[in-house]
Design a protein around this ligand. Structure first.
Ligand code: ZN
Length: 91
């Protein structure tokens, strides 16, 4: 499991909806990735505060925003999309 997968699944994890197959892999990644641990901790606090997660925007937009935030917390994350980010900034 990669950091982007954690970002994708964190809502399900925080709400206890991960499948029995996904949960151990999710937790295994958390065990070795401080960035994702911090991310999940914040997300769980948010879920507790809200009771549940609202999805007012299309999930694609939310995912993009999560990935952007995640990158700020974990500069060592895989840089697959960095070129796109750079282009956007230059433009
Ligand atoms: Zn990670």
């Amino acid at each position: 499991m990669r950091c982007v997968d954690v970002v994708e699944l964190v809502t399900e994890y925080a709400e206890g909806r991960l499948s029995p197959g996904e949960r151990p892999r999710f937790q295994l990644h958390l065990g070795g990735c401080g960035g994702c641990r911090a991310y999940v901790r914040q997300m769980r606090a948010t879920v507790r505060a809200l009771g549940r997660i609202e999805r007012p925007a299309p999930s694609g937009e939310i995912e993009g925003e999560l990935v952007r935030r995640f990158r700020r917390w974990s500069p060592a994350a895989p840089s697959v999309a960095d070129d796109r980010e750079t282009n956007r900034r230059v433009r």
